[in-house]
Design a protein around this ligand. Sequence first.
Ligand SMILES: NC(=O)c1ccc[n+]([C@@H]2O[C@H](COP(=O)([O-])OP(=O)(O)OC[C@H]3O[C@@H](n4cnc5c(N)ncnc54)[C@H](O)[C@@H]3O)[C@@H](O)[C@H]2O)c1
Ligand SMILES: C[N+](C)(C)CCCC=O
Length: 485
Amino acid sequence: MTHTAQPTASHFVNGTHLEDAAGDAIEVIHPATGAVIATVHAATPAVIEAALAGAVAAQADWAARTGTERGRVLRRAADLIRARNRELSILETLDTGKPLQETLVADASSGADALEYFGGMAGTLTGQHVALGANWGYTIREPLGLCVGIGAWNYPTQIACWKAAPALACGNAMVFKPSEVTPLCALKIAEILVEAGAPPGLFNVVQGAGAVGAALVADPRVAKVSLTGSVPTGRKVYAAAAQAMKHVTMELGGKSPLIVFHDADLDDAVGGAILGNFYSTGQVCSNGTRVFVQKGIRDAFLARLTERLAGVRMGDPLDEATNFGPMASAAQRDIVMGYIAQGIAEGARLVAGGGCPEGPGFWVEPTVFADVTDAMTIAREEIFGPVMCVLDFTDEEEAIARANATDFGLSAGVFTRDLTRAHRVIARLQAGTCFVNSYNDAPVELPFGGFKMSGLGRENAAAAIAHYSQLKSVFVRMGRVAAPF
Ligand SMILES: NC(=O)c1ccc[n+]([C@@H]2O[C@H](COP(=O)([O-])OP(=O)(O)OC[C@H]3O[C@@H](n4cnc5c(N)ncnc54)[C@H](O)[C@@H]3O)[C@@H](O)[C@H]2O)c1
Ligand SMILES: C[N+](C)(C)CCCC=O
């Protein structure tokens, strides 16, 4: 069966497809084969202007609707996404290389969850009445206006929806720029939102690399920027937004610890480490890539992990039996292979994988290093690929100190049967998104985001509302004004 990936046009602006072939061509490559499956063009200044102007115009009308009316549109979009889950998942697989087995359950459906959740919340977004003795006050929760969303390449559909849903629920408009590596799926979300009743211009998608993102961030009409990307890009975008004191949400990278105590259920802990290192071929921001295993169970952990790696099925990601796909791009494959070489050179023990299978596509084997020390490059830097570092530790104090010894702070996990210990340790870990006897769950009802260099603000849950709205306080005097003169 052949699948068409070429979109009708590169951009989606003012409720319709828009092309401007004057923009630089961006080839969309299916990572499993290296084949060019589509070509889009980077947004020209004219496209950027049309998107920003259209979004400003649409926002006024959208903000004037009741929250219930706005929510209805988002919930309808969620229904349409669910009805088209397979078609959207196939496109996500073509775009990213992630196995269809994953995209069928983790991508469009996660986007639909966000639209449904914030759609339900839209009608509840109110201010507060504040009694002040003889006087009183109230607050009004207002939208920020025009928001820009900028995405990474690992979860293109989810990222578009996690940003659009709270933004639109609060009465904002959005111009979204997907990663230039995976430009296709956000266009489908834009089409679906219009079909669900969103006014033209409310959610626009423009393509391009960093220069297009930077032009959007710098535009004076933009009130807020939400970026999902790396720490170096986060620094640049945050600095640019600060010039005009714009609101920001920064969902950035990580080098998260996963601590396995001696009393953990071994199979669950190995399962958590697999999910936290090899799901999406390791291209997950929150991955627990520093796996601290208590000394007494280190060998048993590695033995069970090695056994379970026999279950890896690399192959055509469109085959639903495949459970491990390629890297999203040749560039990312080369970065990961560079880290693997560095790990070997710095003395880590290669327990599994480490290879780069021949043939078309951008493949890297699931790789496990043991005897990793904190000073090694592979234990300090985000690799963003299927490379697990196993480190030994002796006691709880040591594990906590070493887990926190990083500038990142996105996630952390603990495996133990002692729940008192689990909560005691989690309370001391410097991370925004934590797991007890699990890894990488991201239900829309829980806030998602990082501490330290891993980011600012939160996506999902009621917490996201604070990042897409602003409060106006109103003091009301009921009596006469007593002025000093
Ligand atoms: N915390 C999270 O929720 C989360 C989720 C997914 C990915 N990530 C992180 O994303 C990174 C991988 O994704 P990536 O390689 O696409 O990241 P990246 O930082 O290279 O790019 C992210 C996006 O920023 C754009 N961009 C680049 N320079 C820009 C500039 N100067 N101004 C505006 N936009 C600019 C890119 O075009 C892209 O759309 C990893 O570090 C990963 O941890 C974080
Ligand atoms: C839902 N996951 C798998 C935790 C991914 C969140 C986005 C990070 O890359």
